[in-house]
Design a protein around this ligand. Structure first.
Ligand code: ZN
Length: 166
């Protein structure tokens, strides 16, 4: 490893073009048309299986990575759902199956959930990640690599090319 040929390691800012497919071949995400994804390596900003697989890659490298659920969005937990009466939601909320939302539990913890099913009077919320249980097939192309700035390291995330904006 030399300064002339940097490779992905912790605390580097990685720019990557990617596509994600499920086992059945369905494409679920891609950077095409949006520009590369930028993330800070080693901070858990992307799924762990992909972060680990990308360590050591250099600009111009490509890789196909198969990530098992445990290293992606977790195993599917069939018990992780809850039936909530519709009148517990704001009346002007346009509830739709598949929509995501943030829900607070009785301790004030905010959790991500999505609407699994709309019934006559109830809503079934699912607390699994929508991709829980899925094996992900990732194709990655590393397009840029640089050391993170001290400010980025302190914040734990990447800042845009025009400076600090959150
Ligand atoms: Zn910041």
């Amino acid at each position: 490893m030399s300064a002339d040929n940097p490779v992905i390691q912790d605390d580097m800012v990685v720019s990557v073009e990617y596509t994600l497919h499920l086992d059945d071949g369905e494409q679920i995400d891609s950077s095409a048309g949006r520009g590369p994804l930028e993330f800070l390596q080693g901070r858990g900003q992307i799924i762990s299986g992909l972060e680990q697989a990308m360590a050591g890659m250099a600009v111009g490298d490509s890789k196909d990575v198969v990530v098992e659920p445990a290293a992606a969005y977790g195993e599917f937990n069939p018990d992780a759902n809850q039936v909530v009466p519709q009148n517990a939601f704001p009346q002007d909320m346009d509830l739709q199956e598949g929509m995501g939302m943030q829900v607070q539990d009785e301790h004030g913890h905010v959790m991500e959930a999505f609407v699994a099913e709309l019934r006559d009077d109830d809503v079934v919320l699912d607390f699994n990640h929508p991709l829980a249980g899925e094996t992900l097939h990732c194709h990655v192309d590393v397009v840029n690599l640089r050391p993170a700035t001290s400010e980025e390291l302190a914040h734990g995330h990447v800042h845009g090319e025009h400076g600090h904006h959150h």
